[in-house]
Ligand binder design. Structure first.
Ligand SMILES: Cc1cc2nc3c(=O)[nH]c(=O)nc-3n(C[C@H](O)[C@H](O)[C@H](O)COP(=O)(O)OP(=O)(O)OC[C@H]3O[C@@H](n4cnc5c(N)ncnc54)[C@H](O)[C@@H]3O)c2cc1C
Ligand code: SF4
Length: 560
């Protein structure tokens, strides 16, 4: 399918997304072998699995007579972390659909499939072979999302002595250079200042020089729970029945990565630009008006709530961040969505998404190794199965393995919080998040995990650790009602492990946290505990850790 045409008619060939949860598409698998121009060629243009946009900078000036596009499916990308089946499927299927869009354009493409007999299994290995075949004058690519991938491809280019032209990725509102300039001379890098700078630069949600509505931030309006009644009837998510290409990928993934986490039985993610646009339009019409208020709320068994589910399509570049933000702002300007909801949504993309990318590229590669809290525990094995008595964790992990999705607060304040309090090595937590979510790409996952959720960067991203007891989860969800633990208790049979580990966390890090003015209230409460209470909490936390760790050691974390 031609991507440009697809974007002008997003609803073509589908049923009504508002009423049908599953949208079918009918796409044939291309069986034609790929052929390119004869060596030596001018440009070999590298397109990675998260660069699936025909208007990407790498393709600027593409000449089908002298240039060829290179794409490769390699096992390394599913095995360097234990990539869940949903995640591998979404990447491979979207790549294959994009390859067909390039073929339809009549552009020469060298595409290596995962099951090609001579597939070397690595991007660098496949690139070296393609360089030998095409003898390009120059390699061209849009800046990749992962530091590791950039090093590998640079290494292959260097070994073959072919220049590599890395172009800016214009899918973002800012460049890494813009972020570095913003960061220069600042003692602290806080989202809010960067976000305001980008609002001013882009004019998004601005009335002249002032923020629309007279306020930069409607965060305080966006923290409500669903109350006792729950979320009510949430619109069904926009899901797509696997077409022939996706079915073929599902079969491949189920065979090749049979032992990898999760299931693809209910795969329904957008894998083409046309599908991604459908998802965007359905979100803007049906969910955006309610997005803000309940952004942080959770509800047992309710996977999708009022979130957009667009991170994956944006990270694969099936959607541009600019068009997503523009659609949300247009809904506000047309009176179709309230400002707190729209500002809350836009802040996630124009603010957080740009901010974490800047952090990643200005801090790597050392960033990945940070462990400011000196955490040493292994990741509990139940992260790979969901097999735990803790209802909140069970629910978040079960939906993660089933759909490759959990919303931000589930990631930050359930799975992330428990790992922080438990004291799991941040690198293992990072490997888990990078493996299990369909939207997981390192530039966005790593700062969120290591920085925001685990405080392993010592405060580069977050001004204080996101440490809370089970009472936070009780306030924001109904999980505790169906749990055998009690979030109010820190010791005893029914004590909630989050609450026990919360106090234990404060005790373990008391000296370091005292220097942080934002921890004042929490440390004041800690000071109220008697020596006996402290002793009982430490004993209970140690027991919990030992029993959980005993399971973990039988299932080495982070490896198949
Ligand atoms: C530990 C942890 C790991 C994470 N890993 C990833 C990841 O691998 N990939 C990823 O895209 N996001 C990640 N996030 C951020 C966020 O949780 C997801 O973007 C979001 O849950 C995706 O669901 P959605 O598309 O329904 O988002 P919505 O809630 O609808 O939000 C709208 C969009 O805003 C952007 N966004 C929201 N929060 C963030 C954030 N903190 N950082 C960057 N962008 C944000 C996303 O593009 C998202 O699609 C992580 C957060 C945490 C706490
Ligand atoms: S009681 Fe604790 S473990 Fe159980 S659901 Fe609540 S927060 Fe989670």
């Amino acid at each position: 399918m031609n991507q440009t045409n697809a974007s002008s008619n997003p609803k073509a060939g589908t049923t009504n997304a508002a009423t049908a949860a599953v949208v079918a598409t009918d796409t044939a698998i291309s069986t034609k072998p790929d052929a390119g121009p004869r060596a030596p060629i001018r440009h070999l243009v590298l397109v990675l699995g998260d660069q699936l946009d025909i208007s990407a900078t790498a393709l600027d000036g593409f000449d089908p007579v002298q240039d060829c596009i290179w794409m490769a499916e390699v096992a390394q990308e599913s095995e360097h972390v234990w990539s869940a089946k949903q995640r591998t499927t979404v990447f491979l299927s979207a790549m294959r659909h994009f390859a067909d869009a390039l073929r339809a354009q009549g552009w020469p493409l060298h595409y290596v499939t995962l099951d090609a007999p001579d597939n070397s299994g690595t991007l660098a290995g496949e690139l070296a072979k393609a360089i030998a075949t095409y003898q390009p004058h120059t390699l061209v690519m849009t800046a990749p999302g992962d530091w590791r991938v950039l090093q590998d491809l640079r290494g292959a280019a260097l070994a073959a002595q072919v220049p590599l032209d890395v172009r800016d990725d214009l899918h973002f509102f800012s460049t890494v250079r813009d972020f570095a300039a913003h960061a220069k001379g600042r003692k602290q890098l806080r989202l809010e200042y960067w976000y305001r700078e980008l609002r001013q630069k882009t004019g998004i949600l601005m009335d002249g020089k002032a923020p629309v509505g007279g306020q930069w931030n409607f965060d305080a309006d966006n923290r409500a729970s669903f109350g006792a009644k729950g979320p009510g009837a949430v619109p069904p998510p926009t899901r797509f029945a696997p077409d022939a290409i996706t079915q073929e990928v599902i079969a491949l993934v189920n065979t090749r990565f049979a032992s990898h986490p999760g299931s693809v039985a209910e795969f329904g993610w957008p894998v083409t630009r046309a599908q991604a646009l459908l998802s965007l339009h359905a979100f803007i019409q049906e969910r955006l008006p309610y997005f803000g208020e309940h952004q942080d709320a959770m509800w047992e068994g309710d996977v999708w709530l009022y979130h957009s589910h667009l991170a994956c399509a944006m990270n694969l570049k099936l959607l541009g961040a600019r068009e997503v933000v523009a659609a949300a702002e247009a809904a506000y300007r047309a009176g179709a969505a309230p400002l707190p909801a729209v500002e809350g949504f836009i802040r996630q993309i124009l603010g957080w998404r740009e901010y974490v990318r800047g952090i990643y590229w200005t801090q790597m590669p050392e960033y990945e190794e940070r462990n400011a809290l000196g955490a040493t525990a292994d990741l509990p094995a139940f992260y790979w199965t969901g097999d735990t008595d803790m209802a909140c964790l069970r629910d978040a992990i079960a939906q993660t393995l089933r759909h490759g999705y959990a919303h931000h607060i589930q990631r930050l304040m359930v799975t992330g919080l428990y790992a922080l309090l438990f004291g799991v090595k941040p690198q293992q937590v990072h490997q888990w998040y990078l493996a299990v979510y369909v939207d997981a790409v390192e530039w966005v996952e790593l700062p969120n995990t290591l920085g925001m959720s685990q405080f392993a960067d010592g405060g580069v991203m977050a001004s204080k650790p996101y440490a809370a007891s089970g009472k936070y989860i009780q306030r924001m969800s109904n999980h505790c009602k169906g749990c055998r633990f009690d979030p109010a208790l820190s010791v005893g049979e029914a004590a909630c492990p989050f609450t026990t580990l919360y106090w234990d966390f404060l005790l373990r890090h008391e000296t370091m946290l005292t220097a942080n003015p934002r921890m004042g209230m929490q440390l004041k409460n800690l000071a109220r505990l008697s020596p006996d209470q402290r002793g009982a909490i430490v004993a209970q936390a140690t027991r919990h850790r030992e029993t959980t760790a005993a399971v973990a050691s039988a299932h080495p974390a982070g490896t198949p």
